[in-house]
Design a protein around this ligand. Structure first.
Ligand code: RIB
Length: 300
C-alpha cells in the first residue's frame, strides 16, 4: 500500500483500474480484419477507475484511488496524474505489468478501445483499504468482479453509498446489483445488463434489480435518470467534439464530486453533463478533464 496507509480515507473512494493509454488518430475506426494507417500516437494516463478519481478530484471532490499498478515505468505517469490532480494514493504494486489501453480515435471523435488488464487483474479483496470515513464508493468493471463485490459489500456494511459504473459492458450477478445505490451505464451497457430494448423499461428493470438511482448516459442526446420515482432527462451541452475517450468517466467522477458535497441529485446531474461535454472537446482521457471552475462556468 502507498504512503497513505494509516490515515483516514477522504469522503470518496474509487476502486478500479489504471491504464497507460496509447492513442492513435485515424480517418475511421478499423473494421475486423482491416488495417488503417495513422500518423503517430500519444500516451496519456487512463483507466476507468483512475479516470473517475481524477475527474472527481478536479471537480472539487475529496477522493482516494485504490488500484493495482506494475513496477514498470508505465506506472509513473499514472501516479503523477493522480498526484497532480489531488487524488490520495492507495495503489498497490503487482509483479504483473501496469495495465495498458490501445485506443483508436476517428475524425468524428468516436473511439474503439482494447485493454490489456495487466496489474488491474491482480487487485484482490484483501488489498482494499478499510472504509473509515468513506461516504461514497465508486466502482467499475475493469478489475476482478470478486474485488468489486467485496468492496461493495464492505461499503454497504460501513454505511457508504455504492456507485457502480457497469463498464465495460457485461452481465452481473444479482447479489452485486442488490448492493448498488447508484448505477451508471450507457445504452449498450444497459442492454447487456438487462436485455431490454426500450430505454425507460430497461431503466425501470435495472432499478428493480437493486439500485435506487439509475443513470443512463446517452452521448450527444444527454442523459436519462430515474431516482426513486423521479425521472430526469437532460440534453447534452452542444460542444465541438474532438475525442470522446473518458467522457463517461468524467460524467461519473463529476457526478460523485457534486453528490458528495451535498448537491441535490438533479443539480449534480447538470454538473456531470457539463463536465463530460467539456472532456469531449480535448484529446485523451485524464488530460481532457475539466476543473471545477470551468464546469461551473458551463452549467447548462
Ligand atoms: O473509459 C476510457 C478508458 O477506458 C480509457 O482511459 C482506457 O484506459 C480504458 O480503461
Amino acid at each position: 500500500m502507498s504512503g497513505s496507509e494509516g490515515t483516514d480515507l477522504p469522503r470518496v473512494l474509487v476502486v478500479g483500474s489504471a491504464n497507460l493509454d496509447f492513442v492513435t488518430r485515424l480517418s475511421h475506426l478499423p473494421a475486423p480484419g482491416e488495417t488503417v494507417l495513422g500518423e503517430s500516437y500519444t500516451t496519456a494516463p487512463g483507466g476507468k477507475g483512475a479516470n473517475q478519481a481524477v475527474a472527481c478530484a478536479r471537480a472539487g471532490g475529496a477522493v482516494a484511488f485504490c488500484g493495482a499498478l506494475g513496477t514498470d515505468p508505465f506506472a509513473e505517469p499514472l501516479l503523477a496524474s493522480l498526484r497532480e490532480s489531488g487524488v490520495q494514493d492507495w495503489t498497490v504494486r503487482a509483479s504483473t505489468p501496469t495495465g495498458a489501453a490501445f485506443i483508436s480515435v476517428s475524425e468524428a471523435g468516436e473511439n474503439c478501445i482494447a485493454v490489456a488488464s495487466g496489474a488491474n487483474g491482480t487487485l484482490r479483496p484483501e488489498q482494499l483499504p478499510p472504509l473509515t470515513g468513506v461516504g461514497w464508493l465508486v466502482l467499475q468493471l475493469e478489475i476482478p468482479l470478486e474485488t468489486v463485490q467485496a468492496a461493495a459489500q464492505a461499503a454497504r456494511e460501513a454505511g457508504a453509498q455504492v456507485v457502480l459504473n457497469a463498464a465495460p459492458a457485461r452481465t452481473l450477478p444479482p447479489e452485486l446489483l442488490r448492493l448498488v445505490d447508484v448505477l451508471i451505464v450507457n445504452e449498450g451497457e444497459l442492454r447487456t445488463l438487462i436485455g431490454a430494448t426500450d430505454l425507460r423499461a430497461g431503466v425501470r428493470q435495472a432499478q428493480a434489480s437493486g439500485p435506487r438511482t439509475v443513470v443512463v448516459t446517452l452521448g450527444e442526446r444527454g442523459c436519462l435518470a430515474l431516482s426513486g420515482d423521479d425521472w430526469t432527462e437532460l440534453p447534452a451541452l452542444p460542444v465541438p467534439v474532438r475525442d470522446t475517450t473518458g467522457a463517461g468517466d468524467t460524467f461519473v467522477g463529476v457526478l460523485v464530486a457534486a453528490l458528495s458535497r451535498g448537491e441535490p441529485f438533479a443539480a449534480a446531474l447538470r454538473w456531470a453533463v457539463a463536465g463530460s461535454a467539456l472532456a469531449c472537446t480535448r484529446e485523451g482521457a485524464q488530460p481532457a478533464m475539466p476543473g471545477r471552475e470551468e464546469i461551473q462556468a458551463n452549467l447548462g
